[in-house]
Design a binder for this molecule. Structure first.
Ligand code: AMP
Length: 214
């Protein structure tokens, strides 16, 4: 089963994708994670993408579609894909159709996480992750049980994304509204869009997504 998680930055796509991986043996394909990996590794793509990402704008369609194509090639045909943060433009949506067809795959569901945009800035600017295992935390909503120590692995180093500051978040929201939200009708026409309340608790959102996947 291949699905898209769609929603503005901070809607919870990454959190839910990680849970789907654990519960259903699917694989998260996050273009944001791939690009951050490229930036960290200093690859040509990373060098090109860094400034664009720091501004909260969108990296070129060609780059992200190539990244997705390569990941699908590396992935087993039997493993379901969770597209997280891709597609983000109409051109990417068209590319995804072509790429999936080439890999003999097709989309089963598009899950739109519906959220109150005013809450997103607080959600995003407060988030941080364990530098060792990637477990997610939040200044207000989810501090580690013991301050400064990761609940999952005991590490004491944490990190924040450089683009999780208020100014960049506002640009990312504008990009979402202008370029990503308009791709929903493409999937609505196919009858594969399901709306889930992204303001519910993390567990409730997971349950609602599980109900869609059946
Ligand atoms: P994300 O982790 O999904 O919030 O993505 C972080 C940043 O990476 C975005 O603000 C964009 O600059 C870039 N990015 C991630 N995915 C895409 C995509 N599908 N198309 C264009 N840019 C992307």
């Amino acid at each position: 089963m291949d699905i898209i998680l769609l929603g503005p930055p901070g809607a919870g796509k990454g959190t839910q994708a990680q849970r789907l991986e654990q519960r259903h043996g699917m694989q998260q394909l996050s273009t944001g994670d791939m690009l951050r990996g490229a930036v960290k590794a200093g690859t040509p793509i990373g060098l090109k993408a860094k400034a664009v990402m720091d501004r909260g704008e969108l990296v070129s369609d060609e780059i992200v579609s190539e990244l997705i194509d390569a990941e699908l090639t590396a992935m087993g045909a039997d493993t379901g894909a969770i597209f997280d943060g891709y597609p983000r433009t109409a051109a990417q949506a068209r590319s995804l159709d072509e790429i999936l067809a080439r890999h003999g795959r097709s989309l089963d569901h598009v899950i739109e996480l519906v959220v109150d945009e005013d809450a997103l800035v607080e959600r995003i600017t407060g988030r941080f992750t364990c530098a060792n295992c990637g477990a997610g935390y939040h200044d207000t909503f989810k501090q580690p049980a013991q301050s400064g120590v990761c609940d999952e692995c005991g590490a004491t180093e944490f990190k924040r994304r450089p683009d999780d500051n208020e100014e960049t978040v506002r640009t990312r929201m504008v990009e979402y509204r202008a370029k990503t939200a308009p791709i929903l009708p493409i999937y609505e026409e196919r009858g594969i869009v399901n709306r889930v309340d992204g303001m519910a608790s993390i567990d409730e959102v997971t349950e609602a997504i599980d109900a869609v996947l059946g």
